[in-house]
Design a binder for this molecule. Sequence first.
Ligand code: SF4
Length: 323
Amino acid sequence: MEFDFDLERVFKIIKDKNCEKVGLQFPEGLKRHAIDIVREIEGKTGARVIISGNPCFGACDVDTILAGRVDMLFHFGHAAMGGYENVVFIEARSSVDVIPAVKAALPLLKTSRIGIVTTVQHIHKLEEIQKFLKENGKEAIIGKGDKRLRYPGQVLGCNFTATRVDCMEFLYIGSGFFHPLGVAIATGKRVIAADPYLNQAGEVSPGRFLRKRNGYIASSMSAKVFGIIVSTKSGQNRIKLAEMLVESAKKQKREAFIIMMDIVTPEQLLAFRVDACVNTACPRITIDDAERFHVPVLTPKEFEIVLGERKWEAFEMDEILQA
Ligand code: SF4
């Protein structure tokens, strides 16, 4: 396996707590390992196992219904978030070598003081990266984020607070475009993304993304009726923010209605007769599914622009913060 699931810890917890029935929850990318892990747990501990088949996109998304039916729920692939009595987060660290990708990034780094960030899969490699950069004449800074983040240097798609450090340039280590793009917009600084699965590095350019978002904002300017989406997931629920947005809309003579749901999908919104929506659930939904919604879906900050309460130039990423 390319991930370390720390199953010895899982076996120990099951035995120490005398668990008879346990639940397992995996993000989409790790579900293919579920059956093998169940075989191992049942073989080693004798506990009965139930797998959550629900979609899971983050630590914000604990299957609380399954947790209520088992002695212990093991949530794989994410760092701990929120306090649950019988939920254990198992992080699934990647064993991939990150140094070749960092080597590829070296010639692209223009300054000597670099902020380094990554996702939890590679968080255990940050010290090694810091050392490698030092050997190559760079000082690597690892920022401590807010309480939503378990580790210094960690970023989530909804939280870039670990980038609030004194440097002119960032190195992101990980795959995908969303996190490095988020770092670039949240900081307004140069970001080099180093992908340890492809051993490639490149500069992130947020221009196309910003033009698209500006398009959604522009097409919502004349909207009169807004749906304000709220998720019931404990780590995504921003009902207070939604209520504030409804009040702001009223002040600007627009109508806004709160629509609450568990998983937010374009299909579930299809039947609502609204001109545009504002998403207060996972910020990634607004971006990743943008083209699949039947109406423009804005972030809360983009909605402020539409209402005239924020300037276009003050565009910001939507973040879920935890002081
Ligand atoms: S809210 Fe979205 S980006 Fe944040 S942890 Fe949850 S799934 Fe990830």
